[in-house]
Ligand binder design. Structure first.
Ligand SMILES: [Zn+2]
Length: 203
């Protein structure tokens, strides 16, 4: 998938001063060529010299409801915050932030799935609809960004074995697994339980 580095600046955060790097899909010579006249934008948050091997890394998909609105239906905001905090403690690392609401299905469909769950429909089915397991496309994007940043292999912060395998298949070696549970509160417990029992996530 065509992907290029578009812009780059320093970004002070409560966790320290990161570098934010924005990537765009599509052909730089033909802006708007990729999809419906809109190039996608994805982000890397980089701290310190995060090139080479065994770089502490998190691959994270955007969640408007959780990260911006503070929704307690999921643990995305806590996961994001914990990943940045952990990278800050280590002094270097990368957080790849894929801008794809509901992992690609969009905000509208994600909220539809929430409504289905509230009506008592099967959580796992709704979760599958949401595409909670990132697809091959996500791994290709993440691997492309990591390669551009000079990352050869990673210590991946995740609880999802499929994510480790996906990244490996996309050409980034995962040399270690860093468990990444956070306390998400009672509202997200059904969702987290489904991730563990039905989707192979590990503690
Ligand atoms: Zn979320």
């Amino acid at each position: 998938m065509p992907l290029h580095r578009f812009s780059d600046a320093r970004l002070p955060t409560p966790h320290g001063e990161f570098r934010i790097v924005v990537y765009r899909t599509g052909d730089p010579a033909q802006p708007g060529s990729s999809f419906a006249g809109l190039d996608e934008e994805h982000v890397a948050m980089v701290l310190g010299d995060a090139t080479g091997d065994a770089v502490l890394t998190r691959v994270h998909s955007s969640c408007f409801t959780g990260e911006v609105l503070g929704s307690l239906r999921c643990d995305c905001r806590a996961q994001l915050d914990a990943a940045l905090a952990r990278i800050a403690r280590e002094g270097k690392g990368v957080l790849v932030y894929l801008v794809q609401e509901g992992r690609g299905i969009g905000l509208g469909n994600k909220v539809k799935a929430y409504a289905l769950q509230d009506e008592g429909h099967d959580t796992v089915e709704a979760n599958l609809q949401l595409g909670f397991d990132a697809d091959h496309r996500s791994y290709d994007l993440a691997a492309g960004i990591l390669r551009d940043l000079g990352v050869r292999s990673v210590r991946l912060m995740t609880n999802n074995p499929a994510k480790m395998a996906g990244l490996e298949n996309a050409g980034i070696a995962v040399v270690a697994h860093e468990p990444h549970w956070v306390d998400a509160g009672e509202h997200a417990s059904d969702y987290l339980e489904a991730k563990k029992s039905k989707m192979g996530h590990i503690g």
